[in-house]
Design a protein around this ligand. Structure first.
Ligand code: FE2
Length: 259
């Protein structure tokens, strides 16, 4: 089966390029399950219920998130109504969950996990031990398991890939907004890429207006960050998974230039 994962959808340019291309990507690549990280989908910071609904309506089956998931308070109540929106599982108990099981279009039940790193990130529980716990609680009959690991540093992400090798179908990193070229299948059958990259405006500094960010570096003064508008690109991976074993056969990057 084929699983599509779209990297961090950033603001309106990111949502627009997903809207323009998702159906075509899914048809051309026979996608059975479509997942996206949407933590920056609302103006570049957080996600609102309306934006989440808009993305689900486009055909995304599950939305993952990260440290910006708490930016919009109106989202807190929404989690109870929409289990297909995840927040990192290793935050304290509270709104939302970090794992969901869904039936893909081919009828196969799949588990999607959202975890967050701890290096240069907000304080959370250990994502490695949380992964152990979530996998121990999962119905072992569910073989197809996808992990979005939202983290800053490459070493923590690579370590997670090795830690989960053979236990999940894929570990794909998010958060840095910069795609990496280390796409591979690890020896145990886990597809791995350190960062999927942003789906949003690349004429920017990781999605944000270039001039504002440079001023912040030059002066050290706070400035209101604004989403950039130009240079939309979509960055995704497509994982081919043997649904009987849960092992990945291959993973490839899929990118689209919008403007
Ligand atoms: Fe993030």
């Amino acid at each position: 089966m084929q699983i599509l994962f779209i990297g961090d959808i950033f603001a309106a340019p990111g949502r627009r390029i997903v809207a323009d291309h998702l159906q075509d990507i899914c048809q051309t690549n026979h996608i059975d399950l479509a997942i996206a990280n949407a933590e920056n989908a609302a103006g570049g910071f957080g996600i609102t219920p309306a934006v989440a609904e808009e993305l689900f309506a486009l055909g995304l089956d599950v939305l993952t998130s990260g440290n910006h998931v708490w930016d919009k308070r109106e989202l807190f109540d929404y989690f109870a109504r929409q289990p297909r929106l995840l927040r990192p599982a290793n935050y304290p108990e509270g709104p939302g969950r970090g794992v969901v099981t869904v039936h893909a279009r081919n009828g196969v039940e799949c588990a999607i996990f959202n975890l967050q790193g701890r290096t240069y990130m907000p304080a959370t529980d250990c994502p490695f031990r949380k992964a152990d716990q979530l996998l121990a609680e999962l119905d072992p009959a569910i073989r197809v398991r996808f992990v979005d690991f939202h983290a800053e540093v490459t070493s923590e992400k690579i370590a997670m890939g090795w830690y989960l090798d053979g236990r999940v179908s894929a570990v794909v990193g998010t958060h840095t907004h910069v795609p990496t070229a280390d796409t591979r299948v690890l020896p145990g059958g886990t597809a791995y890429q350190t960062d999927c990259g942003m789906t949003g405006p690349y004429h920017s500094v990781i999605g944000v207006d270039i001039g504002i960010v440079i001023q912040r570096f030059l002066t050290g003064l706070p400035a209101r960050l604004e989403a950039a508008k130009k240079g939309a690109e979509l960055h995704a991976v497509i994982v081919d998974v043997d649904e009987s074993t849960g092992k990945a056969r291959s993973m490839r990057r899929h990118a689209i230039n919008g403007d």
